[in-house]
Design a protein around this ligand. Structure first.
Ligand code: MN
Length: 352
């Protein structure tokens, strides 16, 4: 097996666009939430596992998340990853019920990430964390993180204490991202209490399935609610090969149009651009985090366009070097592969 190298000798750099880190302030806040008697069941299932389970995988992940230095660089070198675009790990601030503390966690994370970006300018880029629970302060922090710290996107870990970004209370967050010309990356969270029951019962609440269902629905709500008609220039990024939405597109379009025509739901009004696919093709970018699978990548390129599909690894949660080797070997024109691994990310996240 030839280990992939950094430096671009294969004709493109590899930019991994959904890579996670943690901070001491976030871990402390997670610990306090975990200890609360009314802890969110999805959060308890997910973070209880990663912070405290003795198995090898969660132990590696907990250690790697907290490393923004040489350990991470060594892992990138060993996998041929030229650059990581870093985001505060899920569910980050979204699960914190103390809004002041959530805001502090976001601000300190942005400062720590900016330090790491200054130390390794050719290896790290970043997304702005915020605490959308207080949309006004979140918008201010997004502006600070983009204009002063050089972040190229906003990370939102899906539902915010059971609420979704199409709720007008979060409008200032969307306004800030649109005005600053940075995308919002909607990263998975475990399903909220109203949704998680039968998934948790079967052990399907996390990355195996619950993440995709919950986050796919979040993305879909942004479309069907008409929210993207209110923010016509806003770009959204979703991972995991689009949380299955590309595969559903035909049926989504058919049933959405049927529902709109019949006036079945008060909340589902005609959209300015037309169908669900029209929005996926004009407002969304999709990364292959956790889905290093050639047929799914090609299908998504075909469904929404090769300018909108990007590489991601999902370090440290899923990072076998074999996945990089498999994607390098995809039967795909070099020009398309360069868009996938490098240039789409450079454009979207303003990497110079
Ligand atoms: Mn991820």
């Amino acid at each position: 097996m030839t280990i992939p190298k950094t430096g671009g000798e294969q004709g493109y750099l590899r930019i991994a666009t959904e890579e996670a880190f943690a901070t001491p302030e976030l871990i402390d806040a997670f610990r306090d939430e975990l200890a609360s008697p009314d802890v969110d069941p999805g959060f308890f299932s997910l973070i209880g596992y990663y912070l405290d389970h003795p198995a090898e995988r969660p132990r590696f992940i907990a250690k790697a998340l907290n490393d923004l230095g040489e350990g991470r660089i060594a892992d990138m070198d060993a996998r041929g990853i030229d650059r990581q675009i870093l985001a505060l790990t899920a569910p980050a601030t979204n699960v914190l019920r103390d809004v002041d503390r959530a805001t502090m966690v976001a601000e300190t994370a942005n400062d720590r990430l900016a330090d790491a970006m200054r130390q390794y300018p050719d290896r790290f880029s970043g997304m702005a964390a915020c605490a959308p629970q207080d949309a006004k302060r979140a918008a201010k922090e997004i502006e600070r993180a983009v204009t002063r710290l050089g972040m190229g996107a906003v990370i939102i870990n899906s539902h915010i204490l059971g609420e979704y970004l199409d709720n007008p209370k979060f409008s200032e967050v969307l306004e800030a991202a649109e005005a600053l010309d940075v995308p919002i990356y909607i990263h998975p969270n475990t399903p909220p209490p109203a949704m998680i029951g039968p998934m948790l019962e079967a052990g399907l609440d996390g990355a195996i399935f619950g993440f995709g269902v919950e986050t796919g629905m979040h993305a879909l709500r942004m479309i069907t609610s008409g929210t993207l008609d209110r923010f016509p220039r806003l770009q959204i990024v979703i991972g995991h090969m689009g949380e299955a939405l590309p595969f559903w597109l035909y049926r989504l379009d058919f049933m959405h149009q049927a529902g709109v025509r019949s006036g079945r739901y008060e909340v589902m009004k005609p959209l300015k651009k037309g169908t669900v696919s029209d929005y996926l093709r004009s407002h969304f970018h999709i990364t292959c985090s956790g889905m290093a699978w050639e047929p799914a990548i090609k299908f998504t390129q075909q469904a929404i366009g090769e300018d909108r599909v990007l590489y991601a690894m999902d370090y440290p949660y899923q990072c076998p070097v074999e996945e990089v080797i498999a994607l390098d070997a995809m039967d795909m024109p070099l020009e398309t592969k360069r868009k996938f691994f490098q240039t789409n990310a450079e454009k979207l996240f303003h990497i110079r």
